[in-house]
Design a protein around this ligand. Structure first.
Ligand SMILES: [Cu+2]
Length: 146
């Protein structure tokens, strides 16, 4: 008698708890997901903040002050462009290659003496890209992503 009662009450308790378990499980999962999403949101922001680079480049006498611009892959790039040629328009534009068929970023043309600040995101794929002045394509160089 005692065993049957014990089993019966045990089963009864199991039945009573069972409906409550899914709710409890869902609640736990929701909290777990929330914590995971929160962590995922924070990590990329920190990573992106670390990948920022500033490049200073000038145009003078129809030539850039540097032949190569090197930036980290996927970095946020700021270009401080100084056009020192009086009355002459220049810009800095980045393309996938020297054909200049596919633009990565095209900076606004400014007439010197004037300065411009360009911001864009570097390609995620490392490699040798291309930059030039669109007004004077002979002004160009390698845009290296590493
Ligand atoms: Cu130019």
């Amino acid at each position: 008698m005692m065993r049957r009662v014990a089993r019966g009450s045990g089963t009864g308790q199991g039945n009573l708890y069972a409906p409550g378990l899914p709710g409890g499980v869902h609640g736990t999962n929701n909290r777990s997901h929330g914590a995971r999403y929160g962590g995922a949101d924070v990590t990329p922001e920190v990573a992106r903040a670390a990948e920022r680079v500033t490049v200073a480049i000038a145009a003078e006498n129809f030539a850039f002050s540097m032949k190569t611009i090197t930036v980290p892959a996927g970095a946020g790039v700021t270009v401080n462009f100084d056009n020192r040629d009086d009355g002459t328009p220049h810009n800095v534009a980045v393309y996938t290659d020297s054909s200049a068929a596919t633009a990565i970023f095209v900076g606004e043309i400014v007439t010197g003496p004037d300065q411009a600040t360009y911001t864009f995101t570097a390609p995620e794929t490392p490699g040798t890209y291309f930059f030039r002045c669109d007004v004077h394509p002979s002004m160009n160089g390698d845009f290296i992503v590493e």
